[in-house]
Design a protein around this ligand. Structure first.
Ligand SMILES: [Zn+2]
Length: 124
């Protein structure tokens, strides 16, 4: 195996989009102070639960933030303490969410739709 593939902005965006559409990723509403994501491992498989507070602004922003933690979990956890992980994820969230998603109506609509579909599944 060669060196690990480096993250680019495009690759990160593609990974986030794959995650939000991945059947192993659930998104639920939960009252709390902020968003959160939990990963549950089953052998080598994992299920990912992202919880968002319905009263807070920025559903898409919140999900992007949590999926960045998931996408970069291995790299960040291996190399940084949580104290440093959070500002790194915040910076990437600002770059990707504000510039590449929120400003582009079609992209934003696609994200909202994908997240709403996940939230709807939880009502069954
Ligand atoms: Zn965070």
């Amino acid at each position: 195996m060669g060196a690990a593939q480096r993250w680019t902005r495009e690759r990160l965006k593609r990974t986030l989009w794959e995650l939000v559409n991945d059947p192993r990723v659930s998104i639920v509403y939960r009252k709390m102070d902020d968003c959160s994501a939990e990963t549950h491992w089953w052998d080598k498989q994992r299920d990912i639960f992202v919880a968002v507070d319905p009263d807070r602004e920025g559903l898409v922003r919140c999900v992007i933030h949590e999926l960045l933690h998931v996408a970069l979990e291995a790299e960040l956890m291996n190399r940084f303490v949580y104290d440093l992980e959070e500002p790194i994820v915040d910076a990437l969230e600002t770059l990707i969410y504000q510039k590449d998603i929120a400003l582009k109506k079609r992209v934003m609509d696609r994200w909202r739709k994908a997240i709403r579909a996940k939230l709807g599944e939880e009502d069954d």
